[in-house]
Design a protein around this ligand. Structure first.
Ligand SMILES: [Zn+2]
Ligand SMILES: [Zn+2]
Length: 268
């Protein structure tokens, strides 16, 4: 499938390195027909790389300005990569309605107090401090949270559904072929299928040198494909040059070439 869209991108409003307009120009150079911005959501605690509420409103304003300015050349959408952290924040349309967004990516970056993708040391420290060093317990908690997120909340795209793999290639901490792990993936694939949600094939960790295979892993992807879960390719780009990173390699695995829920505005 020819892919000329990407709905998972970051810019300088959160932890991206390129300004939103540079991302638009990169998308135009690649002949994209649609570009979606998905800055990291506000979190109710201070966290570098996420937006506070005034920043989120300024972000939406800037993306709308770009959407108007480039309307004759590309469709620009404004979304958010919304964190799921039980009891703290959820990727849910009503919760974000007042921002006037177009779509939501639901992502898990924390399991309780453990940051999943900051760096290998923080991950190891977190598992030791909060899960008594029990990696299996931590990973089961990650997927239990993901199943809870996809079944309970109204959002569009499941973000990097096995982010816990991020450091596992360069700093191995669990066996991805273990039966218990595959069972977690099977249960999660079932749950995603029942939810009707779209899953992204996310090349971001390849671009950043952590992994050689996208999220979801080949085995997880097979589980989703066999259940006909809709798959959308995204690069999770944090700079303009990575806007279509890995698209040649993964385009044939996508089943959607655009986000079919658009336009379905999240407005009050
Ligand atoms: Zn993310
Ligand atoms: Zn992201």
């Amino acid at each position: 499938m020819q892919i000329s869209t990407n709905y998972h991108t970051h810019c300088t409003f959160c932890d991206g390195k390129s300004a939103a307009e540079e991302m638009v120009n990169a998308a135009l150079e690649r002949g994209f027909t649609e570009l979606g911005f998905s800055s990291h959501s506000m979190l109710p605690f201070s966290e570098p790389g996420t937006m506070d509420e005034p920043t989120a409103r300024a972000y939406v304003g800037e993306i709308r300005r770009l959407a108007d300015a480039y309307a004759d050349r590309i469709k620009i959408w404004c979304g958010i990569e919304a964190d799921y952290l039980a009891g703290v924040t959820v990727p849910d349309r009503p919760y974000y309605a007042s921002f006037g967004l177009d779509y939501l990516i639901g992502s898990i970056h924390y399991v309780g107090k453990v940051p999943v993708d900051h760096n290998p040391q923080l991950l190891a420290d977190g598992i030791r401090e909060h899960f008594g060093g029990d990696v299996g317990k931590f990973i089961r908690a990650y997927f239990a949270a993901e199943r809870e997120m996809v079944s309970r909340y109204d959002f569009d795209i499941v973000g990097h559904p096995d982010l816990i793999r991020k450091f596992n290639q360069r700093h191995p901490y669990f066996d991805e072929s273990a039966a218990w792990y595959r069972e977690e993936l099977q249960n999660t694939a079932e749950c995603i299928t029942a939810s009707g949600k779209i899953v992204e094939i996310n090349t971001g960790a390849i671009a950043r040198g952590w992994l050689t295979e996208a999220y979801p892993s080949p085995y997880f992807l097979e589980l989703l494909q066999s259940r006909n879960v809709p798959l959308l390719l995204s690069s999770d780009a944090h700079n303009a040059s990575a806007i279509d990173y890995g698209f040649d390699r993964y385009a044939s695995m996508a089943t959607l070439d655009r986000l079919p829920t658009l336009p379905r505005p999240l407005r009050p």
